[in-house]
Design a binder for this molecule. Structure first.
Ligand SMILES: Cc1ncc(COP(=O)(O)O)c(C=O)c1O
Length: 383
């Protein structure tokens, strides 16, 4: 079969189904609004939870970094891509989060892939919450370790897997706040179980860092848990992109030696690291923004009680409205768009079968009036 025939066949299988994915070009966003062609939409699909992507001091820091270092790093961190900007940011992150070391990656996806690929060997085992992000699951599937998925946030299920013999090491994997459901992991209980079996715990706190805990230190800090491996990403509350792995000295040295995503990939631009350092400062001092976000979450949940579709029990910025049927979810998302409200429908396989949802995300940039418009649009659309 030719390449073209093979690709056509696979595209034909998907075209016309609800799994067909599209990208939408837009002309920009100010955190709260999304500008598309001549229209503006209230954006309830952004992970820019604190609105920092537009923060003047962070923008100025990026500009200053670009003037000082240029726009690119020029190589992997192992060659010439590790500048004082990268080093300073790593130290700042480690100090803030109470770890001895932080290592920067260009994305959360790369961090999860890089860490799991480097750490896991044959005879090892990964026991992951079954709703963990695709970047964790795919890394686990590709690794030589055995993968077991425990029922979502279910401690009996985790215990059962941990009680089985394993010739090698065990890594328990979960998220701090689940990206598609917005609920929290019971990290203290998970940590207890991991410790009692000499397993390590890896927590991806992409959606908790910056938002929860004292000075925005995230879900782990909030639950008084220090996992051996903490992953934070910068594409959400930080308003930028990139990621870091927090760990102890030995693990950091090991990753520097073995994590291929670090060794064979150009490091993030130094200007981005300078901007991220400013973002850390803004997050640490960002209690007012966190409070605004919490008030928005409370307001939305209170006012959304009467919608006919069920809200997941989430106290976080992620407030999914479970629709179930894929086609209905797409239709509702389109109706909202006609009302100038942007809420992306999330369909299987990104979420479990029959659980298509409108993944509403709230930010500190929204006003209660914006939330009223969202709720009215949801009511009018038949939700
Ligand atoms: C829980 C979680 N981990 C990792 C990632 C990937 O992070 P990045 O966008 O930096 O690649 C995401 C992104 O959506 C996420 O939600």
């Amino acid at each position: 079969m030719s390449w073209s025939d093979s690709l056509s066949r696979r595209l034909a299988e998907r075209r016309g189904t609800s799994l067909w994915r599209n990208r939408q070009v837009h002309q920009g966003s100010d955190g709260r609004l999304l500008f598309i062609s001549d229209s503006q939409y209230l954006n309830f699909s952004s992970n820019d939870y604190l609105g920092l992507s537009q923060h003047p001091k962070i923008i100025a820091a990026w500009q200053q970094g670009a003037e000082q270092y240029g726009v690119g790093s020029g190589g992997s961190g192992h060659v010439t891509g590790y500048t004082t900007a990268h080093h300073t940011l790593e130290q700042q992150l480690a100090e803030w989060l109470g770890y001895s070391h932080a290592l920067l990656f260009i994305s959360g996806y790369a961090a999860n892939q890089g860490v799991i690929a480097a750490l896991m060997e044959k005879d090892d085992r990964i026991i992951a919450d079954r709703l963990s992000h695709a970047s964790l699951m795919e890394a686990a599937m590709q690794s030589p370790a055995q993968l077991r998925r425990f029922l979502h946030n279910d401690m009996d299920s985790l215990k059962q897997y941990l009680s089985k013999e394993c010739p090698g090491k065990t890594l328990v994997v979960t998220e701090g706040i689940f990206s598609m459901d917005g609920d929290r992991a019971p990290l203290e209980l998970i940590m207890q179980q991991a410790k009692s079996t000499e397993s390590w715990l890896m927590v991806d706190d992409a959606h908790g860092i910056g938002i929860h805990g004292d000075e925005g230190r995230g879900s782990c800090w909030m639950q008084n848990v220090k996992p051996e491996i903490l992953i934070i990403t910068f594409g959400k509350a930080f308003g930028l992109s990139g990621a870091a792995v927090l760990c102890d000295e030995q693990t950091a040295e090991y990753l520097i030696q073995y994590a291929r995503h670090l060794i064979y990939s150009t490091s993030m631009p130094p200007a981005q690291a300078v901007a991220l350092s400013e973002a850390v400062r803004q997050i640490r001092a960002g209690e007012a923004l966190r409070q605004t976000l919490q008030n928005n979450i409370r307001y939305f949940r209170h006012e959304a009680q009467h919608l006919p579709f069920s809200l997941i029990d989430s106290e976080t910025a992620i407030q999914p409205l479970i629709i179930g049927d894929n086609e209905l979810c797409i239709t509702l998302s389109q109706i909202l768009r006609q009302k100038k409200v942007w809420v992306k429908g999330i369909l299987p396989p990104t979420v479990p079968p029959e659980s298509a949802r409108l993944r509403i995300t709230l930010t500190a940039s929204h006003t209660w009036q914006d939330i009223d418009i969202l709720l009215e649009a949801l009511h009018d659309s038949g939700c």
